[in-house]
Each structure stands twice: as C-alpha cells, then as structure tokens.
Design a binder for this molecule. Structure first.
Ligand code: PBG
Ligand code: ZN
Length: 341
C-alpha cells in the first residue's frame, strides 16, 4: 500500500510555492560573455557557425561591451584574430594586436567591467597548435607517434608568459590560460609578479578536454590546427580521475579561479571539481553546445529561451558559480523579462 502522506507534489502546485523551494537560480551576475576581436575598424560580422556572435574590430567591441555592461553582466572574455601569424605566434604579445588594443580601449570606456583575456598560442601560430611546435624530423627528443609534430611544453611556457604579461600591461583584470601546458599557472604567476602585476588574477582552464565541441570556435578564432589534433595536451574525454589531478595542480600553482570545459556533457566533472575545489568554479558553455541549440531553435524544434535558461541553471546546479557563455546577452534579456525556466 502506498504511503499517501508523502506527497512531494505539494510543494510544486503553484508558481509561488515552486519559487520558494527552488534550490538553484540564475542571475546575470553569473555570466561571462566572450568577444572575438579582429583587425580594422567598423567591423561587425556575424560568425556563420555561431549565429548572433560577431567578429568585432576594437571600436565595435567597445560598443558591444557597453551592451554587456548595461545588461548587468559583470565580465567579458576576449579572444583575437591577429594581423599576422608565424611559427612562434609572436602577434600574441604585440601590443598593437586587436586583443591588446581592445583591452585598453574597453577598460578606458568601462572601468568597472571585468576583462578576462584568453591566454593561448593557437590563435597566433601559423600551424594553429597551442604552443611551440617541434616537427618530428627536426627533433630526436620528440616522442614518436605524435602525428607529425610535438608541442614543446617548457618552451611554450615562455611564450605564454609573454602573452599573459602583454594582456596584463594592456589592462586585463584576469588572464585565463587555456593551452593545457603543464606548469603554466606557476609560470604566469611568476612573470606577472616579477613585473608588479600582483593583482592580476589567473582564471585557469584547469580541466579542459580535447573536445569536438570546440568546432565552431575554431572557425570563429581561425585556430584549427593545420595537422593532427590537440590530444597531446588537452585531456581525454574518457577521464575523470585525471581531471582531479589537473585541478589539484592548478590550485597548488596559485590559480585564483578554475574552469571546467566543456560544460554540457561534463557536468559530472563540474560537480566533482566543486566538491574538491576551494576556489570559485567556472564552466565554459562552449561553441559547439551553443551552435547545436541555435540550429535546433532556428528550425523551430525547441523553445530557445526555455532550453537555454534551463541548461545554464543546470550548470549552476552541478556546481558552477559562473558560466562563460555565448548565450549571455540573450539569457540576460530573458531573465530580465521574467521567462520561466
Ligand atoms: C584556445 C581556446 C579554445 C576555446 C577556448 N580557448 C579552442 C581550442 O582549445 O581548440 C574553445 C571555446 C569554444 O569552443 O567555445 N585554446
Ligand atoms: Zn589554444
């Protein structure tokens, strides 16, 4: 016989009751909005695989940042397509590159908006890998079976230091290394401190998987590797224990915030990281996750506002305190309009 005294439905009967017992909520203050900077002026071009996201020149990025701030979103993260690319990725620390110029311009226009700068080499190297490449034939030390080239970890650290330092000099509040080299958080902390940037924070992509969900971003950032893939340095999606090791290392190296990336298929990792982490936890709702939702919504197959807010709220439920998301502007509007999710 069923025990009819236990009726969880009681607390679900009206919107008011449901809102009283809701365990997780979403706020515009949870969002971080990515911007893609390009050379030139007056450029605002939609990215084909990421509807309603734009390639922006510095002047247009300032305008976009004003919209972000006006909605109450606290932070942006900047990515860039440089004027030139080479083997070393030297445009990564060129103060005239779009990212560095945009950081300075946005900081000047909107001092309170938090600017996070993505630290990585793949947008700046001609080969599209996230670090300094050693071609197999040139280097006996390169391990066999790397598929035509090996990214040299320790040599890359020096390039990442220059990239991060230039972003701090431009005025970034936070630098966010996404390259997955070992030891880069400590290396970046060291160079920042050496130059007096003791208050520039490090938001580390501590747990970043080698994921097919980054596809649209690589079009947007023009950063697809010329050969091979990123499995030499990004994590195997099959691994969970290893994610906790990456987390421990980055906490020990002095990270101020931790990112788990991607988000949707990795919420078990977000939960586990949350339980082990004594730092603010961020998850990255990546380009492929965004593109799938936008494509289905364009077909009229899903209710976009509802699905987006539900998904983002589930990321919070899993343990994320902030979410880097291309949906941020829309989601902020829907929240302000009171869309039920
Ligand atoms: C750079 C970087 C990538 C993303 C963020 N920083 C691409 C990659 O690692 O290939 C992906 C973001 C997204 O897909 O939205 N390393
Ligand atoms: Zn990269």
């Amino acid at each position: 016989m069923l025990n009819q005294k236990l009726r969880p439905r009681r607390m679900r009967l009206t919107p008011a009751l449901r809102s009283m017992v809701r365990e997780t909520t979403l706020s515009v203050r949870d969002f971080i909005y990515p911007l893609f900077l390009v050379p030139g002026t007056g450029v605002r071009e939609e990215i084909p695989s990421m509807p309603n996201c734009f390639h922006l020149s510095v002047d247009m990025a300032v305008e976009e940042a004003r919209k972000v701030a006006a909605l109450g979103i606290p932070a942006i993260e900047v990515f860039g397509i440089p004027e030139y690319k080479d083997e070393q990725g030297s445009s990564a620390w060129d103060m005239e590159s779009p990212v560095q110029r945009a950081i300075t311009a946005i900081k000047q226009a909107l001092p309170e908006l938090v600017i996070i700068a993505d630290v990585c080499m793949c947008e700046y190297t001609s080969h599209g890998h996230c670090g300094l490449l050693v071609r197999d034939e040139e280097q006996q030390a390169a391990p066999r079976g790397c598929g035509g080239g090996y990214v040299d970890n320790d040599a890359t650290l020096k390039l990442l230091q220059k990239n991060a330092l230039s972003q701090a000099e431009a005025g970034a509040d936070i630098v966010a290394p996404s390259d997955m080299m070992d030891g880069r958080v400590a290396a970046i902390r060291e160079i920042l401190d050496e130059h007096g940037f003791i208050n520039t924070a490090i938001m580390s992509y501590a747990i970043k998987y080698a994921s097919g969900y980054y596809g649209p971003f690589r079009d947007a950032a023009d950063s697809a590797p010329e050969f091979g893939d990123r499995r030499q340095y990004q994590m195997d999606p099959a691994n969970r224990r290893e994610a906790m090791k990456e987390l421990e290392l980055d906490m020990a190296e002095g990270a101020d915030m931790i990112i788990v990336k991607p988000a949707m298929a990795y919420l078990d990792i977000v939960r586990e990281a949350k339980e082990r982490c004594n730092l603010p936890l961020v998850t990255y709702n990546v380009s492929g996750e965004y593109a799938m939702v936008k494509a289905a919504a364009a077909q009229g197959w899903i209710d976009e506002p509802r699905i987006v807010l539900e998904t983002l709220n589930c990321m919070k439920r899993a343990g994320a305190e902030m979410i880097i998301t291309y949906h941020a502007l829309d989601a902020a509007k829907w929240l302000n309009e009171g869309v039920v999710y």
